[in-house]
Design a protein around this ligand. Structure first.
Ligand code: ADP
Ligand code: MG
Length: 253
């Protein structure tokens, strides 16, 4: 028996989600389950509904139908707004980096720390040393320690993406949603990003949308292929790449 919202032990539970824009079904009976601590890669052709799926999870778009629950079925995300969902511990990274170019790497992270409402109340009591420790730890994870005093505007595209991931980490999400992180990155940056996400996944669940199949293979995680708003195939990268329908609508083109 498949679990329902009352029995699920999963971190994220989407069941039968549909979203229409002017009669066009961007999501069509989409179901997806993410387990605690899991990393999932989501692939699929342009227009498959990958970004819309993230919009539904983060409360940016309301589903017309279906259920979306977070945290062992505890939270009905369709009833919460974007801020409430972020505060539950779902962090999202958009395609374009949105770091503050005029500020240093370190100050960008500090801003992210202090814009976290859960932390803000304690900042008066938290020592500067405590904050610096957190920032040091994030800088180590995103490997920008050497560049901490540089203004963000002078970073490469890849480094900006890592900084933005670091800013998300500052909010200590349980689940990180990342939309096409390696688009526009060099091969070396792409490899580094796979390592970074794997390291983050030691502590947090991750859903990563990406077209770069070498990158997805490098992640070595379960893959879901979306097509026309629903799941076309799910499994290992080898299983999904060998699926005839996936080849037909996505890989073969
Ligand atoms: P993907 O991220 O897989 O490329 P999207 O989720 O962005 O796909 O888009 C799925 C479909 O929904 C596309 O056809 C897109 O044009 C449409 N769509 C997405 N957002 C909107 C919107 N706000 N208004 C109208 N159509 C939209
Ligand atoms: Mg998209």
């Amino acid at each position: 028996m498949s679990p329902d919202k009352t029995t699920t032990t999963s971190l994220l539970y989407l069941d039968g989600i549909s979203v229409s824009f002017d009669g066009f079904k961007a999501l069509n009976d989409l179901s997806l389950i993410i387990e605690p601590g899991e990393m999932r890669a989501v692939i699929g052709p342009n227009g498959a509904g990958k970004t819309t799926m993230m919009d539904v999870i983060t409360g940016k778009t309301r589903p017309d139908q279906g259920e979306v629950y977070f945290g062992q079925g505890a939270y009905d995300l369709s009833k919460l707004d974007e801020t409430e969902i972020a505060e539950l511990g779902i962090g999202r990274k958009f395609q374009k980096p949105t770091v503050f170019d005029m500020h240093t790497v370190e100050d960008n992270l500090l801003l992210a720390l202090t814009s976290d409402r859960r932390v803000r109340g304690t900042l008066l009591w938290e020592t500067a040393a405590g904050q610096h420790e957190r920032i040091d730890r994030i800088l180590e994870t995103i490997r920008l320690g050497q560049l901490r005093s540089r203004v963000a505007g002078s970073l490469s595209h890849g480094q900006k993406q890592w900084l933005e991931i670091g800013m998300l980490l500052a909010q200590e999400p349980q689940l990180l949603l990342v939309d096409e992180p390696v688009a526009g990155m060099t091969d070396a940056e792409t490899e580094q990003t796979a390592r970074l996400l794997k390291e983050i996944n030691r502590e947090k669940a991750v859903v990563v949308v990406e077209h770069d199949m070498a990158f997805v293979r490098e992640l070595g995680v379960r893959v879901t292929c979306l097509h026309e708003g629903s799941v076309l195939a799910e499994g290992t990268i080898d299983q999904v790449s060998a699926n005839e329908r996936v080849v037909e609508v996505y890989l073969g083109r």
